[in-house]
Design a protein. Structure first.
Length: 459
C-alpha cells in the first residue's frame, strides 16, 4: 500500500485533479484487453509533461513503488495490468500532435496521442502512419511503440519499428533522455530506440515519439475470396505473394467468425464458407486495377469457390468492418478468451491452421482462427471460462500445443501483442536461458529497483 504522504507528493507533482484513489476509479484501471488478468493499483496519475513524469519516477524509485505505464489499456497480453499494485501512470492527457513535417515525412507526437486522431490529422496533409492495430480508436502511440504494434497493413508496410525514428523517454530513475532522431538513416552507437520499442513498459516511460509517415496512396481496391477449406485459403496467401503482387493487406476470417458476424450484424459474408481472405491493394490507380485482377486470377485458379472484387467503396467498407469486428465478436461470446498471437513463416500458415482444427477436436473446444494471414500472424482464439477449471485446463493445453507447433514451424511466440502476463510462462523456453538472462540484466541496469512494470515478460 502507498502511504498518504506519497499520495500527497504525487498530488503536488501533477495536481489533485490528476490523482485518482477511490475504489471505483482504481477498478477502472485494474484491467486491459485481456479477460484473465485483473489487479487494482493503489493510485492512478495523469501527468502532462515529461518533467512531471520525472518527478513521479524519482519518488517511486526512492520508495521502490511499482509503476505501470498505461495508454489506452487496449493491449491483449496483460501488459498494463498493475499486478504488483503501486502507481498506474496513464498518458492520455499527453495527447498533443506537436509537429507534422510534410517535407521530411515525419510527425512528432506526445505518447498519449490516439492513433485515430493522428491519422485524421495526417490525412488532411495527404499522409498516413501505416501500422494499423485494429484498436486504432483507443490505442495510443506510447502503447503502440511499447508493443511494437502491427495490424493488417504489416504485409506490405511492416510494423511500428519500421516507422520509429526517435523517442523521448523518462527512465525509472527519473532522467529524461532523447534517442534516435528525425532522419531515416541513423547509425550512431547502439540502437537504443529499438530497445524501447516492444519493451512493454518495463524500461521507462515513453513521452514523445518521432514517427516516419507515408504519402496516402491515391487508389485502393478490395477483393473478397471465398474458400470451402480454410487451409486452401492459407495456401492462397503464399501463391498471391509469389505472383508478384504485394497487397497492402491480406486478412483471414474462418467460418466461426463469419457466422458470428452475420448473426450479430449482417455484412454480406458467405455463411457457408469455411474461410474468406480479404485482400486490399493500394497505390497508383492503374497498378491497383492490375494487381486486383492478378489476385482474382490466382484465387480462382487455386481453389477459391468464389471471388468478389468489391464493386464500390461501400462493399469494401463492409468487408473491412467485418474484419475489424472479428475480435469483439469472439470476446463477446465466451467469459474467457485465450487469444493467441503466434506468427509463423508465411508458407507454414496452412500447417498452423490444420493443427488448430485438430486441437479443437482433440480437446473438444471452440478454436476460432482469424488474423493477419499476409504476414503469417494468426490469432487462433480459444473460447473458454476461467471459472470452469476442467474446461480452462483443456484450453490451456490447446494453447500450449498451438505455441509448440508455431515454434516447431520456425515461428515466434508473439507477432504484435507482446508477452505481458499472457505468454510469460513460454518465454524462457522460446528464447533460451542465455538470451532471457541477457534481457533481464539489461533491465536491471536501466531499472535497478525493478519498479517499471514489474512481473511482466518473464516469470
Ligand atoms: C479490438 C482490438 C484489436 C486489436 N488489434 C490489434 C492489431 O491489429 N495489431 C496489434 O498490434 N495490436 C492490436 N491490439 C492490441 C493493442 O491495441 C495494442 O497492443 C496497442 O498497441 C496498445 O496500445 P494502448 O495505448 O492501448 O496501450 P496499453 O494497453 O495501455 O499498454 C500496452 C503496453 O504498453 C505499455 N505502455 C503504454 N504506454 C506506454 C508509454 N507511454 N511508455 C511506456 N510503456 C507504455 C504498457 O505498460 C503495456 O505494457 C488490439 C486490441 C484490441 C482490444
Amino acid at each position: 500500500m502507498i502511504n498518504e504522504s506519497v499520495i500527497g507528493e504525487l498530488q503536488k507533482i501533477v495536481g489533485r485533479e490528476n490523482v485518482l484513489t477511490t475504489t471505483e476509479n482504481l477498478k477502472t484501471y485494474s484491467y486491459d484487453g485481456t479477460s484473465s488478468w485483473i489487479h487494482d493499483p493503489d493510485v492512478v496519475v495523469f501527468p502532462k509533461t515529461a518533467e512531471q513524469i520525472s518527478g513521479i519516477m524519482k519518488l517511486a524509485n526512492a520508495h521502490k513503488i511499482p509503476v505501470t505505464p498505461r495508454g489506452g489499456g487496449t493491449n491483449v497480453s496483460g501488459g498494463s495490468v498493475p499486478v504488483m499494485g503501486g502507481i498506474v501512470l496513464c498518458t492520455t492527457k499527453m495527447d498533443r500532435i506537436l509537429n507534422i513535417d510534410k517535407e521530411n515525412f515525419t510527425a512528432t507526437v506526445e505518447s498519449g496521442v490516439v492513433l485515430m486522431n493522428l491519422n485524421t490529422r495526417l490525412a488532411a496533409e495527404g499522409l498516413f502512419f501505416p501500422p494499423d492495430p485494429q484498436s486504432f480508436l483507443a490505442a495510443t502511440i506510447g502503447g503502440i511503440v511499447a508493443e511494437n504494434a502491427g495490424g493488417p497493413a504489416g504485409v506490405k508496410y511492416g510494423v511500428t519499428k519500421q516507422y520509429l525514428l526517435g523517442l523521448e523517454v523518462v527512465l525509472p530513475t527519473g532522467e529524461i533522455i532523447n534517442l534516435g532522431g528525425r532522419t531515416v538513416k541513423n547509425v550512431v552507437g547502439y540502437d537504443l530506440t529499438m530497445l524501447f520499442c516492444s519493451s512493454e513498459g518495463t524500461l521507462g516511460i515513453i513521452t514523445k515519439a518521432e514517427l516516419k509517415v507515408n504519402a496516402l496512396p491515391p487508389a485502393r481496391k478490395t477483393v473478397l475470396a471465398i474458400y470451402d477449406d480454410v487451409a486452401t485459403a492459407g495456401e492462397n496467401v503464399s501463391l498471391v505473394l509469389t505472383s508478384g503482387v504485394t497487397p497492402g493487406k491480406i486478412e483471414l476470417l474462418d467460418n466461426w467468425v463469419i457466422r458470428r458476424i452475420e448473426e450479430v450484424s449482417p455484412l454480406g459474408l458467405p455463411q457457408d464458407a469455411d474461410a474468406v481472405l480479404i485482400f486490399e491493394v493500394d497505390g497508383m490507380a492503374e497498378a491497383v486495377e492490375k494487381e486486383a485482377e492478378k489476385i482474382v486470377e490466382v484465387a480462382r485458379g487455386h481453389g477459391a469457390i468464389e471471388v468478389r472484387p468489391a464493386k464500390d467503396q461501400d462493399e469494401a467498407n463492409r468487408y473491412w468492418m467485418a474484419r475489424r469486428a472479428g475480435f469483439a465478436m469472439i470476446f463477446g461470446k465466451a467469459p474467457t478468451v485465450l487469444a493467441e498471437d503466434v506468427t509463423v513463416p508465411r508458407g507454414k500458415i496452412p500447417h498452423l491452421i490444420r493443427k488448430c482444427r485438430e486441437l479443437a477436436k482433440k480437446y473438444d473446444l471452440e478454436i476460432v482462427v482469424l488474423g493477419h494471414a499476409g504476414d503469417g500472424n494468426l490469432h487462433p482464439s480459444v473460447l473458454t471460462d476461467i471459472k470452469n477449471k476442467e474446461h480452462f485446463a483443456r484450453a490451456e493445453k490447446a494453447v500450449e500445443e498451438i505455441i509448440e507447433t508455431a515454434l516447431e514451424l520456425g515461428g515466434v511466440l508473439s507477432g504484435e501483442h507482446g508477452i505481458g502476463l499472457e505468454k510469460q510462462r513460454f518465454f524462457r523456453r522460446a528464447l533460451g536461458s542465455t538470451v532471457t538472462d541477457l534481457m533481464k540484466n539489461i533491465k536491471a541496469l536501466i531499472d535497478p529497483n525493478n519498479i517499471m512494470n514489474p512481473g511482466k515478460i518473464w516469470d
